[in-house]
Design a binder for this molecule. Structure first.
Ligand SMILES: [Mn+2]
Length: 356
């Protein structure tokens, strides 16, 4: 297991030095916003980024994400050009030491929440979702409010270039059902997986967040059966999962630890985002502190399932609350994520010692 921490590069107010000071944090999961979806990740620019992180004593073995261009998801004729670019990006990052690429195949919307700063009883604030609030919103209104409330930080999944064509793209998706989307997904994987195998890179698909369709747009990456289908589109360890507990756990019926065992035993979990969420109603939840009792997920069972099935996994704490009056990018402050990381370290150490 390698414990890591997401870092955004130049636009991240958290210095690498602070991340290095977190005990047992060996590297970052890199989120770069230098490249638009569809663009080749330039080896020289990325290489400089890696060197900078390495010089701070941290590794860059996981990046999240090389965004999949919407034309690939929609199956447009232009997709071949973007798939070639994607292969080029994989080669370039692999040559800089990357082993895992986190990505998603969600149409239009990546993750979404209805409040980026819900104030909790202890005065901290956190990301919150209520399906009832979403029902009163158009996609355009949600985009506007999310960007407006981002505090001036870029938010992955909400890149302006991805969203400026929102209306055109939503129109095209009216004719794309789950089966068509899955066929487009297969075409993409068949295009890139041989390159991944050649360069020793594992693709890790991130689950839909939340784990259900939104605005009537198909979403095909959340249930156990859907992931089984995705993994069988191209049967290779290079076609793997980023197991995000807080995304899968948005569905209160989901047995997250069982899912980890199911996919881990098959050797298909390349990395994991580990966080807790608190259900407060039907399709209503907030992202809680990592500690089990603060939320609805059993973090011990989750870490035990990872320990038992996926010893080589990369893990990072996922979103944190804003605590101690920290101001920063929603979900990605320093303090609560560092607390989360330390807690996950503690669980792992205890499980490891008790297993011997
Ligand atoms: Mn995640």
């Amino acid at each position: 297991m390698k414990m890591t921490f997401r870092w955004y590069g130049d636009s991240d107010p958290i210095p690498l030095k602070y991340i290095k000071q977190i005990p047992n944090c060996s590297g970052i999961m890199a989120m770069m916003d230098d490249f638009e979806a569809g663009q080749v990740w330039d080896k020289e620019i990325f290489g400089k980024f890696v060197k900078r992180v390495n010089d701070a004593g941290l590794e860059v073995e996981v990046i999240e994400s090389i965004n999949v261009h919407e034309d690939i998801k929609m199956g447009l004729p232009t997709r071949d050009k973007y798939i070639e670019n994607y292969k080029e990006s994989i080669k370039n990052v692999a040559e800089c030491g990357v082993k895992v690429v986190v990505y998603n195949f969600m149409p239009v919307f990546d993750w979404l929440k209805t409040d980026l700063a819900k104030v909790l009883a202890d005065g901290s604030n956190t990301l919150y979702y209520n399906d009832k609030d979403l029902k009163g919103l158009t996609p355009q209104a949600l985009v506007e409010s999310t960007i407006k409330n981002s505090g001036g930080f870029s938010l992955p999944g909400w890149e302006p270039e991805r969203l400026k064509e929102l209306e055109r793209v939503l129109e095209i998706y009216k004719d794309i059902d789950e089966e068509k989307l899955l066929a487009n997904y297969k075409y993409f994987l068949e295009g890139i997986i041989p390159t991944c195998e050649k360069y020793g890179v594992r693709m890790a698909v991130h689950p839909d967040d939340p784990a259900w369709p939104v605005f009537g747009i198909p979403r095909i990456s959340h249930s156990l059966e859907q992931f089984d289908r995705i993994l069988s589109l191209v049967d290779s360890p290079a076609n793997s999962l980023c197991l995000c507990t807080g995304s899968l756990g948005t569905d209160s019926n989901y047995k997250v630890a069982d899912a980890i065992r199911h996919f881990g035993e098959r050797g298909r979990i390349a990395c994991a985002h580990v966080r807790n969420i608190k259900h407060i109603g039907n399709k209503e939840f907030y992202e809680s502190a990592h500690y089990s009792d603060c939320g609805s997920l059993d973090m011990f069972e989750i870490m035990k399932a990872l320990y038992d099935t996926s010893p080589d996994v990369y893990i990072r704490p996922d979103h944190g609350r804003m605590i101690w009056d920290e101001k920063g990018r929603a979900g990605y402050g320093l303090y609560d994520r560092a607390l989360g990381l330390t807690y996950l370290n503690g669980l792992w150490e205890a499980i490891d010692k008790m297993s011997k």
